[in-house]
Design a protein around this ligand. Sequence first.
Ligand code: NAD
Ligand code: DAU
Length: 379
Amino acid sequence: MKTYLVTGGAGFIGSNFVKYMLRQHENIRIVVLDALTYAGYLGTIDADIDNDRCTFVRGDICDRELVDSLFAQYRFDVVVNFAAESHVDRSIENPQLFLQTNILGTQNLLDCARRAWVNGKDAQGYPTWQDGVRYHQVSTDEVYGSLGPTGFFTEDTPLQPHSPYSASKTSADLVVMAYRDTYHMPVSITRCSNNYGPYHFPEKLIPLMINNVLEGKKLPVYGQGTNVRDWLYVEDHCKAIDLVVNEAADGSIYNVGGHNERQNIEIVRIIIRTIRRLMEERPEFRALLKRQDKDADGQIDISWINDDLITYVKDRLGHDQRYGIDPSRIKADLGWYPETTFEVGIEKTILWNLEHRDWVQAVSGSDYQTYYERMYAGR
Ligand code: NAD
Ligand code: DAU
């Protein structure tokens, strides 16, 4: 039986990963370590915590004493590090927190794993490692910087991050590879494109737009809305990580993404159209709208759910123009491909948001409202 330390497992992708792994593998045990920052919510995974196959510990990945004690208690075989400050806009406001968590937190995990997993030295003085152990770093395509209108990021694309967030994630990747080169540590890295799906924190583009429609608010599109992101349904990302952790060679780096590039404005228009269609097909969803004005037939009016909701606002500083992943390596080596088409994934995501208003309300309390007002008021 393998024991996993999953950091950041109460956040968006980490929680989806915990659920995916518990579904896919009978014979594993997961310990979730999460600081429960504004982005982490225990309610997301509380149904998964049974203190047998899945245990939760609240704590900081930068806390050496705590992480050492968890290694001693649980004897982890695998670490999958999702824990991070993840929002580019917040990194523009407060870069230091991003460097602290994303770089030093990663380094602390690597060091704790090294102390626990090294079992000797080889003839050249390199550490030798317990069998079957692996440190996996969940990274991002943003480490490669921004593309022009053509071409894709491959694993050999030079690292050229622009935002404080992506600079911190790039630094973390470099530290991981330094542990590989210096200590022969068994590590792997995945660099994924933009995820979407259930439990996505409402500050990010897709959930923000869905929630703003329901709230009857304007839809703030940065700049001209022509920036391009390569969207991947979160479960496909989880599957890729599982494959890389369990099947890829030590020292591997894999890009994860699915040739699903869309301009932001296209995403926003799809969300508007899909919500309106779902409200037509299932009128009971109209009760979720904040605007309860009635139409001529006495039904809750939805005619205002249209492109007039879109408002173009001041652009993000240093806004990367385009991301696009070339997933050839992971496809060739591990047979991974994105199974969920965007048409299916976005409808599932919108339906999930309609059917989980309690979750959305629980994570978007007064702290989030304050953030939203500060971030969007001046735009
Ligand atoms: P998220 O912000 O939803 O979740 C981050 C989680 O980490 C939260 O639960 C938070 O409480 C926890 N956390 C933050 N600081 C911590 C600390 N010091 N100690 C312990 N826990 C801490 O992020 P996400 O979107 O789920 O992203 C997860 C990982 O995947 C990140 O490393 C991110 O860089 C990477 N990534 C995200 C995307 C995406 O589209 N969201 C794409 C590629 C890679
Ligand atoms: O590419 C992977 C990255 O994707 C991850 O590493 C990050 O953790 C994750 O947050 C995400 O970063 P982005 O900056 O691409 O995601 P975000 O949802 O913040 O924005 C997507 C695009 O939409 C981006 O071009 C900015 C734009 N945008 C975003 C918001 C929140 C808007 O136009 N309006 C908005 O209100």
